[in-house]
Design a protein around this ligand. Sequence first.
Ligand code: NAD
Ligand code: MG
Length: 394
Amino acid sequence: MIGLTLLGSTGSIGISTLDVVSRHKDKYEIVALTANRNIELLIEQCATWQPAYAVIADDDLADSLSKGLKGKGLDTKVLSGTEGLQTVAALAEVDYVMAAIVGAAGLLPTLAAAKAGKRVLLANKESLVMSGKLFMDTIHESGAELLPIDSEHNAIFQSMPINYKDGLSKTGVEKILLTASGGPFRTTSLDELKTVTPEQACAHPNWDMGRKISVDSATMMNKGLEVIEACWLFDTDPGKIQVVLHPQSVIHSLVQYVDGSVLAQLGNPDMRTPIAHALAWPERIDSGVESLDLFDVAHLDFELPDIERFPCLRLAYEAMTAGGTTTAILNAANEIAVEAFLNRQISFTRIPELVEATLDNIPGVAADSIDTVLAADAEARLFANEYTKGALVS
Ligand code: NAD
Ligand code: MG
């Protein structure tokens, strides 16, 4: 049996992962489940899966979680806080760790899994955006396996040559074509964007996801974070990554080769496909996703992204080119801006403005340690919070 820790089990990716695992109970055993504050769902998941450990990130909720589990007659060990998350990511009985916490909070637990040499199933793109080089160095030093869950990166991985780690140019790869649906506002005018609501931003046309990534998809910061994620995963630079708007979300990304070939991975937009792929790799298992019906799809469209309406994409390219802690600053400012938008404190078009102001005011430095990265993250949050106060919706 393969032991599995699920960081962020109560979220969208967490729930989809449990759905895939439920089809293969003979192969995978859940060792630990974790949540931020949703103890009701965590207790319910523990009752179903009987993991050895349950972790609640918010220390104040640890007692309620223990009581709730006992009330169900469960003897699950309860841990809490970042330390608890790091512990279950590195347990000896754990083989694979699904990193599906949202945001910067995922960095230390995901890194703990990498350090412990686990197979890391990476959904938490923010940890690579914050500390790409340190993260990849850790993976290489520990001998951990890193498999992308983000649908685009999983598609790129599936379309890469087997020896891509020897270097993209050496293995005949010319370019990565990273597809983007364009989100709910692909055709919305700049003027209309000023007044869109969190509900409209979270209503993604093709994917059902957590609120933070839904807003990121609407601003296209998600695609910007994914450009950075792809640079680290495939050891390349932003100049080799072309974002392609593809509204149907059927092609999940493509790899272009020097001989004129372009390889792609296609499928229905359902995260259970990349989750099943990364769990079973190099084998294949059933994911519960319906087969793609090409006649039903009928048309595939492609467009160039509009950087004027989606400045977050430009900011992410610039941050990756600047390097060092600049991408951690971008990520932190974006998290504050998205939270403020979801709380109706700032308007949608203020999101890129707030991110750009933070990048202009906090200088990036060499990202030579995790402490340096965390300090840049904290400094950027402080600035972005102050800036938000000046930009409040009246
Ligand atoms: P979500 O909001 O639905 O779930 C987030 C999970 O993280 C929950 O279990 C929550 O309890 C936990 N969490 C939140 N804050 C935390 C904290 N401070 N400490 C510890 N745990 C915390 O998010 P999601 O949509 O499942 O996304 C998770 C990650 O996967 C994100 O990094 C996202 O970018 C990435 N991702 C998601 C999708 C998708 O389809 N949902 C696709 C690609 C990538
Ligand atoms: Mg994606």
